[in-house]
Design a protein around this ligand. Structure first.
Ligand code: CP
Ligand code: NVA
Length: 318
């Protein structure tokens, strides 16, 4: 067997049966192999059939991209999904996660959980006997980060040594970018208003996991953070569950809008990413969103290809 193909398949088969709760759960070899398999799926160069396996989608928050990309990814793998949420199940009537997780594990081959507190995700992982995937919690959005780095790799071919500047709220999306970027050797430069910096322990952990030459820097001035950067990323200022803070956040984030003025300070070939949904006129102007630097819809498409690769690996299809 070709050496390169051998290490790709070793990396991917090492993920079989595992959870994907955090970007910190995967190492450099596993991420690069997942990105490679994602590209193969995207170019229709690879087919994997998971038979009639079933992924349970346990979502307590709204979702367009994550839900649909998981559904389509499983369909393309010859497998299926079941859409579950607390209104449809006994979870809404107080059945504990530890019972729900053990029951769902008897029916489903994997569970994708979208919820608020990260401790709920960990509780599913503790009691489930099948792989659990983090489909977004208040702490991380690791599936999003896989798609983000595939999009960046497609643009620049290599990831190591690039700089990604994240402007805005140090939220779940920022945390996953910090972790996965550090593992991949991408420098991460954040600009967040005071009090909205990313999770301290995530940053500490990312520094431990970082490739020796990659750095994480936190600025208070967005103009400083984007200087000569290759990728400019932003996300909403009030995440799901923070709707009541919307007005207060509008005030706190004044000056952090990703505008053409700000984009001009980045490298002339810089690309713009946003995980979506976007609030035009708040964290990003319509002009930047629709600009030729934007790769936002390629990024959204890549959710499908990266999740197809992830599911194929976790469900032991390789
Ligand atoms: N980016 C993302 O996760 O979008 P959804 O909330 O629509 O799934
Ligand atoms: N930070 C956002 C991401 C949505 C995909 C949220 O949690 O609402």
């Amino acid at each position: 067997m070709d050496k390169h193909f051998q290490s790709l398949s070793q990396d991917l088969s090492s993920l079989a049966g595992k959870n994907f709760l955090s970007c910190a759960d995967i190492n450099f070899g596993q991420v690069t192999s997942l990105l490679q398999l994602s590209s193969q799926f995207k170019k229709n160069l690879r087919r994997i059939d998971l038979g009639n396996r079933v992924l349970g989608l346990v979502f307590s928050k709204a979702s367009t991209r994550t839900r649909v990309s998981f559904q389509v990814a499983m369909a393309r793998l010859g497998a299926q999904t079941i859409d579950l949420n607390s209104q449809l199940t006994q979870l809404g009537r107080g059945e504990p996660i530890k019972d729900t997780a053990r029951v769902l594990s008897r029916y489903c081959d994997a569970l994708a959980i979208r919820t608020f507190g990260n401790e709920e995700l960990l509780e599913y992982a503790k009691w489930s006997s099948v792989p659990v995937v983090n489909a977004l919690t208040d702490i991380e959005h690791p599936c999003q980060a896989l798609a983000d780095f595939l999009t960046i790799q497609e643009e620049f071919e290599t990831l190591q040594g690039l700089s990604l500047s994240y402007i805005g709220d140090g939220n779940n999306v920022a945390n996953s970018l910090i972790l996965l970027g550090s593992i991949l050797g991408v420098n991460i430069r954040l600009a967040c208003p005071k009090g909205f910096e990313p999770n301290h322990s995530v940053v500490e952990n990312a520094r431990i996991l970082a490739s020796s030459n990659s750095r994480i820097e936190i600025f208070s001035d967005p103009y400083e953070a984007v200087l000569d950067s290759n990728v400019i990323y932003t996300d909403v200022w009030a995440s799901m569950g923070q709707e009541k803070e919307q007005l207060q956040r509008l005030e706190a984030f004044r000056g952090f809008t990703l505008s053409i003025d700000l984009l001009k300070k980045a490298d002339s070939k810089a690309i713009v990413l946003h995980c979506l949904p976007a609030h035009r006129g708040e964290e990003i102007t319509d002009q930047v969103f629709e600009s030729k630097s934007s790769r936002i819809f390629d990024q959204a498409e890549n959710r499908l290809h990266t999740q197809q690769a992830l599911l194929a690996a976790l469900l032991g299809g390789l």
